[in-house]
Ligand binder design. Structure first.
Ligand code: ZN
Length: 433
């Protein structure tokens, strides 16, 4: 029975609304067995069989709780728990279940499972809710397969252009469009997935930090204020493939050494802008392909993938301009042709101040020390922030390691994070934001 007359304050102070830690960890372990590989690694690339199976697992759990399930055309899953005002905008909480190649078991999954556990607890305790609550799993947050991050949440936020989908392909050359067609999903049907902002009240995401700050400061929780966003581009260097024995050093157009020089330059430029007051820029050349790639030939072609991130758009753009200038200089001096192909350019996203405030309040209500911090990694929250007030909580990652089988977070931090997520959901659903 619902207790509609209860005030939000009474809801907040009810001591019995506690998540079930054992059940939370059981579900987390169950998901991480899907795609389990060597050395405890987990691989669930977007649209792979394993990833689809993890979504099935979630749907099954949502059904058991009795959530109303809605799956959109790309496969984003929304499990809804009605509030006392069904037409009221909903509070969404979740993350993603896809992983990088040989990643860990916490990235994304923990946020989905924590939101699931929160919904289950709400239902079990008949917690009165004014607004509906939806547990959400977004498709394809990781960019490791198609170089395209936050696919599902970008579509929900209406932030995808048709050409973004056309250009994306994986390392085996499989085009995203073709994979989607194989699943019966036509590109043109996806551009209308944008969720009406008036149907949303807030988006909350619990995630592992994937960095070393919380551990270093000995804080169990981070309240995220902004999300650094990447600018990504490919650089194609065309030199000339020649015989490695007969071509004198001064007559070569070696694409790989040009690529190597550029890689070192990206590191150097980003290091000069890596302080907090300079925008905390980080830059990485994360992929390099060369042709012909044999021991007895001067490399004629190199292809690099560059990822630059910052917490401010101006710092990131400045660094990208410096990298571009360096590319022109290298091309001229080494007499190679260099093309830059943009993959994605996104602005850093500030999270909603009122939601940040609400999350801080939730920590303070339980006397939990927390760190106010930016996120260096991208998350679904940065897309959702474009259509609804969004906020994020972090828990510590051991040694800051993520996207790696060694990724680990302490069970007590996971359950604390899930508990605070539940507290925040209840308040967001019952209070004014
Ligand atoms: Zn993630």
């Amino acid at each position: 029975m619902r207790m509609k007359s209860q005030s939000p304050n009474a809801v907040r102070s009810r001591p019995d609304i506690t998540i079930n830690k054992r059940r939370l960890l059981r579900d987390l372990n169950a998901v991480s067995r899907i795609g389990l590989g060597d050395h405890g690694s987990v691989t669930r690339l977007v649209f792979s069989i394993k990833e689809l199976r993890s979504r099935q697992f979630l749907i099954h759990q949502m059904r058991q709780i009795g959530l109303q399930i809605n799956i959109d055309r790309i496969g984003n899953i929304f499990g809804r728990l009605e509030g006392s005002y069904p037409k009221a905008p909903a509070v969404l909480a979740g993350s993603h279940l896809d992983t990088v190649l040989q990643g860990g078991k916490y990235d994304g999954t923990m946020g989905v499972i924590a939101a699931l556990e929160a919904a289950r607890t709400l239902k079990e305790h008949n917690v009165p809710l004014r607004s509906p609550v939806e547990v959400v799993c977004f498709v394809g947050e990781e960019s490791s397969r198609f170089g395209f991050s936050t696919l599902g949440s970008s579509l929900v936020a209406g932030e995808v252009r048709a050409e973004d989908l056309t250009n994306a392909s994986d390392v085996q050359g499989a085009k995203l469009e073709d994979i989607l067609a194989g699943l019966g999903i036509h590109r043109n049907n996806l551009l209308s997935l944008r969720r009406d902002p008036s149907s949303l009240k807030a988006y909350l995401e619990l995630h592992i930090e994937q960095g070393p700050i919380l551990e270093a400061r000995r804080k169990p929780i981070g309240v995220v204020t902004s999300i650094a966003a990447p600018t990504r581009f490919k650089v194609i260097i065309i030199g000339q493939a020649d015989h490695s024995g007969t071509t004198p050093m001064d007559m070569r157009k070696d694409a790989l050494v040009a690529a190597a020089e550029l890689t070192v330059a990206v590191e150097g430029i980003c290091r000069q802008h890596s302080d907090m007051d300079k925008g905390r820029v980080v830059g990485t050349v994360g992929a390099l392909k060369i042709e012909p790639g044999v021991i007895n030939a001067v490399p004629g072609k190199a292809e690099l993938a560059v990822d630059v991130r910052s917490i401010t758009a101006s710092a990131k753009n400045r660094v990208v301009r410096l990298v571009e200038a360096k590319i022109r200089e290298i091309a001229l001096r080494r007499k190679v042709k260099i093309k830059i192909l943009p993959i994605r350019k996104e602005d850093p996203v500030p999270l909603d101040k009122r939601v940040v405030h609400l999350l801080r309040d939730c920590c303070e209500a339980r006397e939990i020390p927390y760190e106010i911090m930016p996120s260096g990694a991208g998350h679904d929250a940065m897309q959702m922030a474009k259509i609804t007030p969004a906020g994020m909580l972090f828990i510590p990652s051991r040694r800051g390691i993520s996207h790696n089988p060694l990724e680990w977070s302490a069970p007590q931090d996971i359950s604390l994070g899930a508990q605070l997520l539940l507290d925040a959901i209840v308040r967001a659903a019952n209070e004014k934001i």
